[in-house]
Write a protein that binds this ligand. Structure first.
Ligand code: HEC
Ligand code: HEC
Length: 358
């Protein structure tokens, strides 16, 4: 009998030790995450929050985590779907409790080049401030930070991942925001057909090429044949946005029902101004504008061609086109849309690193 005990005891000790598999022991790991931005200029946002592989991994878990919502039905990805460049196709997104918000969800990519605020009205100065707001928004995830912290603290996969990312298992709003920010900073979209055209490895069709020229050429009321659509005036540069808030003539003064940037700044010159969004992946992100009023790119082009409404805050460049409109004929409108579709980046839309880890 005694002999058997002598043999069994060490086995039991070894088995207990094996429960703490040393391979899975969570330890702090600050291995850097290197952003691969290819031909883009270096990011101009202050990534004070230095990217590490473990923080990015934690951000990915959180982005797809339904525990961030009050009733476990919704994650960030419910409204920000990868196949739609991380936006959704609803005019107004539906929150965890079935409430409908008043604005269209926004696409998320190339965020590391945004340094003038987030949301349609720019009310969140930094991405890590933005990231925890949807959790607490009653028409979005409708949850509280203490409750999220309690849910995550009870889950060993999270306490371990907070240790790997931050060195201990304390879960705070600041750390949740920092991890979500890091994951979103890794969303880089720079491999569209247009990028390959710039690199010399793809050719545009004649229609796409005519569209490209229209997109970048200035409007000229006196020479209709040479006049362009001047989209690059605002959606310019390699990012196809300008990090500004502008009024693109959607409504007359009397019909401003969302005051946009004004709600953040209280400056009357900001009434009905909204963030100039990137046109990359635009084919995949209908409906369009802050209120999702247009369902097709053809409707958007028709708006700029002949639908600009005047108001005191309308951008001067667009105001200058209102006498004649952009004078685009049917073929030119088609060409412009064909060019916009060359901005779709399938590599980004299907990149497994950005998909759900669950
Ligand atoms: C119920 C749908 C919904 C959920 C859930 C949701 N969002 Fe959003 N998101 C939106 C809408 C709508 C906007 C635009 C809101 C506005 O401007 O007022 C937006 C805007 C954003 C933006 C701004 C992008 C820019 O260019 O300024 C980011 C980033 C973002 N969301 C990230 C997140 C993260 C991170 C989560 C999860 C913690 C999340 N969202 C959860 C609907 C949602
Ligand atoms: C004066 C600046 C300006 C010019 C010029 C301009 N846009 Fe815009 N564009 C904006 C702003 C601002 C928004 C967002 C407006 C809103 O939602 O209230 C926008 C939104 C869009 C959207 C919808 C984006 C989304 O995420 O829903 C598309 C598509 C678009 N523009 C295409 C074009 C095209 C094509 C041209 C040229 C014919 C053009 N824009 C010219 C400022 C401009």
């Amino acid at each position: 009998m005694k002999r058997i005990l002598y043999i069994l005891l060490p086995i039991a000790v070894i088995m207990a030790a094996c429960n703490e598999d040393p391979e899975n022991l969570a330890v702090y790991d600050d291995t850097a995450y290197i952003l691969d931005y290819g031909t883009f200029p270096p990011p101009n946002s202050q990534i004070a929050n230095v990217l590490t592989a473990q923080k990015v991994a934690l951000g990915r878990m959180l982005f797809y985590e339904v525990k961030l919502s009050s009733n476990l039905t919704q994650s960030c990805a419910s409204c920000h779907r990868q196949e739609h460049a991380f936006t959704d196709t609803a005019q107004f997104s539906v929150g965890a409790e079935g409430d409908v918000g008043g604005r269209q969800a926004m696409a998320i990519f190339n965020m590391a080049w945004h340094n003038n605020g987030f949301f349609w009205d720019g009310r969140a100065p930094e991405l890590h401030d933005q990231a925890t707001q949807p959790i607490q928004n009653p028409v979005e995830m409708n949850e509280t930070i203490p409750s999220v912290v309690a849910k995550l603290s009870a889950d060993k996969s999270y306490t371990d991942q907070f240790i790997r990312a931050f060195g201990d298992d304390e879960i705070t709003e600041e750390r949740i925001g920092a991890a979500l920010e890091q994951f979103m900073f890794t969303f880089i979209s720079n491999n569209s057909k247009y990028d390959r055209f710039l690199a010399g490895s793809a050719t545009l069709t004649p229609s796409e090429e005519r569209g490209r020229q229209l997109f970048f050429a200035e409007y000229n009321e006196f020479f209709p044949n040479e006049s362009g659509a001047d989209c690059a005036h605002c959606h310019g540069g390699i990012l196809f946005e300008n990090d500004q808030y502008m009024n693109n003539g959607l409504d007359t003064e009397a019909n401003f029902d969302d005051l946009g940037r004004f709600e953040e700044t209280n400056d009357p010159m900001d009434r009905a101004k909204f963030k100039v969004t990137s046109l990359r992946n635009i084919e995949m992100t209908p409906p369009y504008m802050h209120d999702g009023r247009f369902t097709t790119l053809e409707e958007v082009v028709e708006h700029y061609n002949n639908g600009i409404e005047q108001s005191s805050t309308l951008d001067p460049a667009l105001n200058a086109t209102t006498a004649t409109g952009l004078m685009l004929d049917a073929q030119e409108k088609e060409d412009l849309v064909a060019f916009l579709k060359t901005l779709t980046d399938d590599t980004f839309l299907t990149n497994a690193e950005f998909s759900s880890p669950y």
